[in-house]
Design a protein around this ligand. Structure first.
Ligand code: HEC
Length: 134
């Protein structure tokens, strides 16, 4: 009797260890799926067809932006470059067209997580340190 009971406990223990291991694997898998960098996301969403990660203009303005300064638009108005401005530029590009560029960007289809990642990425590229260097 004693022998049998111990055997059963051993089985439960092994099963618990196996389940812990399986759960651990699941977590690391989902972390990997969510760990796309801002640069990778910009590539995957097709943004890099028109935007560079430098101040260099191509079809669209380069993503090193004059952070905290006024941006001029073709309708003669201006806005401060901040996170709210970046969100607006991505969701409603036609609302404010940067001076010197065509109104050709389509509204970006992004989840809130993707939006936050791209805003953080462009903000990092536009950090005041890089502005001082220029
Ligand atoms: C077909 C080319 C094209 C694609 C693709 C494109 N953009 Fe643009 N984007 C532009 C142009 C041109 C402008 C400037 C005119 C304007 O303000 O709409 C612009 C402006 C912007 C601005 C404002 C920049 C500034 O200098 O003030 C942001 C931010 C931006 N785009 C983000 C994105 C993101 C994020 C994506 C991908 C999801 C993307 N764009 C995809 C062409 C594009």
């Amino acid at each position: 009797m004693h022998y049998r009971k111990r055997n059963f406990d051993f089985g439960v223990l092994m099963l618990s260890i196996f389940m812990l291991f399986a759960c651990g694997q699941d977590t690391s898998l989902s972390l990997q799926a969510g760990s796309m960098s801002g640069a990778q996301l910009a590539e995957a969403k097709g943004c890099t067809a028109c935007h560079t990660h430098t101040a260099e203009s191509t079809i669209g303005p380069g993503w090193v932006l004059p952070w905290g300064e006024q941006r001029l638009f073709s309708d003669g108005t201006s806005m401060l470059v901040d996170e709210a401005y970046l969100r607006m530029s991505m969701l409603e590009p036609a609302l404010k067209v940067v001076q010197g560029y065509e109104n050709i960007m389509l509204p970006a289809e992004l989840t809130e997580t993707e939006m936050a990642l791209l805003v953080a990425f462009i903000r990092e590229l536009s950090s005041p340190q890089q502005e001082q260097v220029q």
